[in-house]
Ligand binder design. Structure first.
Ligand SMILES: [Zn+2]
Length: 305
């Protein structure tokens, strides 16, 4: 049984973790991301791998979570907010630097994989992992492996239209940076939550302040959180009707809103084409570690012999 290294290649820092043969996280290291420096970014990854292998005393497989996608046909990165990676053959160059095959996945897929492997959804056959943060993303894990898809966008539900939109504020809905209107992300991201609060007469405050306000008895904040939960239920029902997951795990900053785990399953039943709903809605187990852990799990123990 081999050791595994997972790397989370973020915009400001590169985090690395070493997992032992049982999947336990043995050590973590980090370096600042060399911004706008492609060669420097690869060198930093190589430095971290060498350092962790030295400290663990053995070689390891390497998986990397990236803030975008590697296009299958070309091997080039696209959609990375670390823009200096876009259009570059990152997979090829990292493998050349490390002298071994390396697996890559976007950060939402790594989150889903981490929670499916040994987190909140351990033991579940089909898992939908959801990121509710600055943006809205998602990843699908089936039988312990990430579903990539023909276009490498499997699970990317944030720019679907919000299902069953209600007039007047949900249709055509707020404009989205992607060029469409009424995307799920425009309602369910952190900025989307704050904007919805303003549209309904609230003050200009962010998500945590809205949660605090609701806890303090502010009826306007409470109503905003209720609208959020009901919309999340509609959006997730659309996913359940297609992939019918055993579990949905929420991640990202907005996943800390406790009311979601009670209210959303109550709302989603009416939109799901089944008399009973066995799908569980779960908070994450691994939190900030999901990127490095999921990246390490891109190599399954059985892959390594
Ligand atoms: Zn959009």
């Amino acid at each position: 049984m081999a050791y595994r290294i997972g790397i989370d290649l973020g915009g400001t820092k590169i985090e690395a973790a070493g997992l032992d043969a049982e999947g336990a996280l043995r050590l973590r290291q980090r370096l600042p991301t060399p911004a706008h420096d492609y060669d420097g970014t690869i060198a930093a990854v190589a430095t971290l791998v060498a350092s962790i292998e030295r400290d663990m005393g053995r070689a390891a497989s390497v998986g990397i979570a990236i803030p975008g996608t590697i296009v299958v046909e070309t091997g080039l990165v696209k959609n990375a907010n670390s823009v200096w990676l876009n259009g570059r053959p990152l997979g090829h160059d990292v493998e050349a630097a490390l002298g071994r095959p390396v697996r890559f996945a976007n950060d939402a897929n790594c989150f889903a994989l981490s929670e499916a492997a040994d987190g909140a959804a351990a033991g579940c056959g089909t898992v939908f992992g959801v990121i509710l943060g600055t943006g809205v993303g998602g990843g699908i894990v089936i039988g312990g492996r990430v579903l990539v898809g023909a276009n490498a966008i499997a699970g990317e539900w944030g720019h679907n239209p919000l299902p069953a939109p209600r007039l007047p504020d949900e249709w055509p809905g707020p404009p989205c940076y992607c060029g469409r209107t009424g995307c799920i992300e425009t309602f369910l991201s952190g900025p989307g939550l704050a904007a919805d609060h303003r549209r309904h007469g609230g003050t200009t405050i962010d998500g945590p302040a809205i949660v605090d306000g609701a806890a303090a008895g502010d009826s306007q904040c409470r109503a905003t959180l209720d609208r959020y939960a009901e919309r999340l239920a509609r959006a997730l029902a659309g996913v359940i009707n297609i992939i019918d997951p055993d579990a949905i795990v929420l991640g990202g900053g907005l996943s800390t809103m406790r009311h979601l785990y009670v209210d959303v399953p109550q709302h989603w039943a009416q939109h799901i084409i089944s008399d009973t709903v066995a799908t569980r809605l779960l908070p994450p187990t691994h939190g900030d570690s999901s990127g490095v852990r999921g990246a390490a799990w891109l190599w399954r123990p059985e892959d390594l012999g």
